[in-house]
Structures are given as C-alpha cells and as structure tokens.
Design a protein around this ligand. Sequence first.
Ligand code: SF4
Length: 262
Amino acid sequence: MYDFLDVRGRIFDIQKYSIHDGPGIRTIVFLKGCPLRCKWCCNPEGQEFKVQEMTFLGKHKTVGEDVSVAEVMAEVMQDRVYYTRSGGGLTLSGGECLAQPDFGEALLTAAKYEGISTAIETTGFAKWEYIERYLRVTDHVLMDIKNIDNEKHKKFCGQSNEVILENAVRIAKSHNDLTIRVPVIPGFNDTKTEIAKIAEFASMLHGVKKLHLLPYHRLGADKYKGLGREYSLEGVDLIPKDKMNELLETAKKSGLYCQIGG
Ligand code: SF4
C-alpha cells in the first residue's frame, strides 16, 4: 500500500464553510491546472499548473503552493465537527481536480480513511482510468456539462466535448450520486434549445439525481487583469432572473430535479 499522506500536489486555495459544493458544510480544496479555457472562468488563476504571480484587490500574491496530503488534511480535519453535524465533508475543485490524478486520489483516500464524505467538482475532461480511480473514493460527483454543440464547446472552452460526454455516460453507469451542473453563459448556451438538449442528455444518464443551472456572473473578471490577461466577456450582461426562470422550466421538462444555483 502506498503512503497517501506523503503524496504532494499543487493547490491555489482552500475555502472553508462552503454550502454550494456538495451536501452540508464542506471544505473546498482547489487544485491548480485545467486543460480547458472557458471564457467565463471565475478562477483563471487555477487554469495554469505553474505557480503564478498576480495582483488582486490591490495586493500582490503568489498563486500556487506545493503541499502534501498530510498538510491539506490537517486543515480539512479542523472542521470535522461541522461535517458530522451537516453531512458535509471535503470537496476537490480547481482548476480541474482530475488533472493531478495521484494527488487528487490520495486526498480523497485520506478523507475516506478519516470517515469524511468526499465530493469532486469536475468537467470530466480526463482519461477514464483517472476518473475510475477517483470514483472508488468519491461519494458525490458534481459534473459540468456546458454544451452539447461541439463547435461551440471548442470555441468557448478551448476543447472538444466528446470525451466529456463519453465520460458522463460512464460515470453515470458506475456511480449513483451524480449532479449535472450547467454554467449558463450569454451567447454560449442561454437558449431554451440548448438548455433542453443538455437536460435531455442528463436525464438519460442513470446516476443523475439533480441538474443545477448556474447563472453567469462576473466575480472573477478582475482576476484576469491581475494576471495580465484580457477578460473576453467584458461588457456581457448578466442573465435576467425571468430568463433564468424560463430556462429552469425548460430544464424541468426533462423530469430531473432542477434548480438555479449550486
Ligand atoms: S473547466 Fe472550470 S476551471 Fe477549467 S477553465 Fe473551465 S471554468 Fe475554469
């Protein structure tokens, strides 16, 4: 057996007391590096694997830290009492948490060893062998399906959606707690037709319990400037509440339990 506590990886944040990233109160560990480049990404500092310097809210900061599983778990364990009371636990996010497979698997294994619930937030763009390893030690899967149209997916996310859709089918077959999340982005997938296609696809997957529509927001926009990058959705308006409600009604026709927000 390998000593999972010694495995090292690169993170860029740990957030405590989250209630939107899986059941109960959770600690979110953000792993650095993502193979996609979604135009709306609110964590652009998590996209590159390399350690970066950035300015945010007027302060300079280094983004990316190499840590061991033991170090991360010491922080995660501080809130054990909250997990027990709320049914919460550890959630791996990113970036793409599947992009550091040894580290991610070791973190999830360490949490399970401690009897803590585990969740992953993923876009599913990874080799199936990595996903399989994660699923053995993951209780809840929160997976993004951003668009069924592959050309649009490539244009807005920088990668094909083929592997993602294939993996969604395979995850659903082998895991019975899968939530599909759809970031709803103006000009990308904010029409009834597009949301209906995603919801229909999700409803055909056996393990899917819920579908969450996540309205576009600009909370990460300033980070791009801080990284010396341009925010390509500058000037794009938020989606009005009425329109989000219409899209919700469209999604509900799939028969899935649907909601706005995570
Ligand atoms: S998959 Fe997530 S982390 Fe990666 S670029 Fe897209 S929004 Fe950002």
